[in-house]
Design a protein around this ligand. Structure first.
Ligand code: ADP
Ligand code: MG
Length: 504
């Protein structure tokens, strides 16, 4: 981790802080964001007005209703920086995960499905789509374990495969997609509907709690669900598995690794007697999970990332060395007081923290929503829909939404708590960190992540994460908001020019 413009070691400043009494009582960071502080910052002013150019390329490239053009993160100041990276430029850059030489036509996809792709305004396949699809569509069908960075279009890769393999004259489940959360399952269902909108007899169904009436049989050729509900439906004979030939696990490492989830996935797999193709997709496949993945999806073609390719260049990763656990909230509101961003997600460890921050931020006048596992299905749907539509700009959530959620307008992710794993939450959770920050910087967009640390444990965990991925984390200073603003300005500028900000 490095501090831009200084040689000061972050560990030094943290050590100082630990050995000294916290200065939070009178510190500027502790002050609520007043109109005065808002007025004096140019950061907020600049981001308030989005760029005036007309939307291009990827505007319609998702189904959640947000429209925003390439490079057009709402964090970007209007008109000041002329360099703009267009999707066509990125897709021509051989080192980009979005690079492609081919067109979708060359991949042998049917006319109706191609129409669906173009309706989403996809011009060219991304690297993962281009590499995976010829293997995925080949006959006889073969298994696949596919890894590609967050936001690079893995969904369309498996959706195109599924849509290409269905016998539409048959009104029976033929493909099953499993995802770790209700929200992700519904999102994938939406992508299938959109890409498949010109396929006349396509029926897609979600299998999440509450989505299938009691006693009613599934008629969708494609079923997208969470493992528990899918297993229930099969057991209750509402899900006829006899024609199910394709099984896809999105966020596969998480699905297979987590206790409970992994068992359920395995049981579901064993309940499908006629599988011919098993697909596993994720941005992360830690080595220990990979061995299990290979058992789950035997003799699979593998598309893997090199360790150094895991991070997404468009996401500028920063951290804030907070004075204390309690001091984090004041810094959070101060950050939001400084800037008007598009949409953002705040990740916390506990549900109670999410609810507490939600209440406090609402009282402070922010449009926020909190979503976590304690909410019931219908309520969860309405909360995420509110966030997708932009009605709530800030989503406070737990790891339940760390993976897969694709909302293009998200320009900032805050790790309010550093993701930890292990029995006593003692080890840094490298994968969850990557997935959380990957909620921004979708398909070539720029984004910012800010991770909060406040004590030795959180600092060391973040340091380990930075070292694991070889990231130069940029330090923000809560004791000097002018400097913090300046740093973010520089980062935004450099992100916009498509380079990786190194901080010195
Ligand atoms: P991943 O699963 O790899 O994290 P997604 O499948 O959610 O990423 O895709 C990220 C975003 O990129 C989505 O909004 C999707 O619509 C968009 N996208 C996917 N493929 C293309 C493409 N070929 N061209 C333009 N946009 C694309
Ligand atoms: Mg995904």
């Amino acid at each position: 981790m490095s501090t831009p413009g200084s040689d000061q070691k972050p560990s030094g400043s943290l050590a100082d802080r630990i050995s000294q009494p916290p200065k939070n009582a009178d510190a500027p960071a502790a002050a609520p964001a007043t109109d005065e502080t808002k007025a004096k910052t140019s950061w907020a002013d600049e981001v308030a007005s989005p760029p005036a150019e007309s939307p291009k390329d990827v505007d319609k490239a998702q189904v959640d209703g947000s429209t925003e053009h390439q490079g057009g993160s709402a964090l970007l100041p209007a008109g000041e920086y002329e360099v703009e990276v267009k999707l066509s430029d990125i897709q021509g850059d051989t080192s980009s995960p979005l690079y492609s030489i081919n067109s979708f036509e060359e991949l042998g996809i049917s006319e109706q499905i191609l129409k669906g792709i173009y309706s989403m305004n996809f011009k060219k396949p991304s690297k993962i789509q281009e590499k995976a699809l010829p293997l995925l569509l080949a006959n006889p069908p073969s298994n696949m374990i596919a890894q590609s960075q967050s936001g690079t279009g893995k969904t369309a890769a498996f959706v195109l495969t599924i849509l290409s393999r269905i016998d539409y004259s048959l009104k029976q489940p033929q493909a099953l997609v499993l995802a770790p959360s209700r929200e992700l399952a519904r999102q994938i269902e939406g992508v299938i509907r959109t890409i498949g909108q010109f396929v006349p007899d396509l029926v897609v169904q979600a299998a999440v709690p509450g989505s299938v009436e009691k006693g009613k049989r599934l008629e969708g050729q494609v079923v997208v669900g969470t493992p528990g509900t899918v297993m229930d439906l099969i057991k209750r004979r509402q899900f006829d598995v006899s024609k199910a030939s394709l099984l896809c696990l999105d966020e596969a490492d998480n699905m297979l690794d987590q206790q409970g989830l992994g068992d359920q996935c395995l049981r579901v797999k064993h309940l499908l007697p006629n599988l011919t193709q098993i697909l596993l997709f994720s941005a992360t496949f830690p080595e220990e999970v990979m061995q299990y993945a290979r058992k789950f999806s035997p003799k699979a073609n593998e598309i893997k990332l090199k360790h150094e390719e895991l991070t997404v260049a468009g996401i500028s990763q920063m951290f804030m060395d907070c004075p204390s656990e309690d001091g984090k909230y004041d810094i959070l509101v101060k950050l939001y007081g400084l800037m008007t961003i598009g949409s953002s997600i705040i990740f916390v460890k506990k549900r109670e923290t999410a609810s507490r921050i939600e209440k406090a931020m609402i009282a402070d006048g922010h449009q926020v929503a909190a979503l976590h596992g304690a909410f019931e299905g219908a309520e969860r749907d309405s909360i995420i829909d509110k966030f997708r539509s932009g009605e709530a700009k800030i989503l406070i959530t737990t790891n339940v939404l760390a993976r897969g959620i694709d909302v293009q307008s998200v320009s900032m992710v805050i790790n309010y708590d550093i993701p930890m794993k292990g029995r006593n939450e003692t080890e840094p959770d490298f994968e969850t960190y990557l997935h959380r920050i990957g909620r921004t910087g979708r398909f070539g967009r720029v984004g910012v992540s800010i991770s909060f640390v406040f004590d030795k444990k959180s600092f060391m965990a973040l340091k380990a994460i930075a070292e694991h991925y070889g990231i130069d984390l940029i330090k923000l200073n809560w004791e000097d908001w002018d400097e913090t603003e300046d740093i973010v300005q520089r980062v935004i500028k450099s992100s916009r020019a498509g380079t990786n900000f190194k901080g010195n």
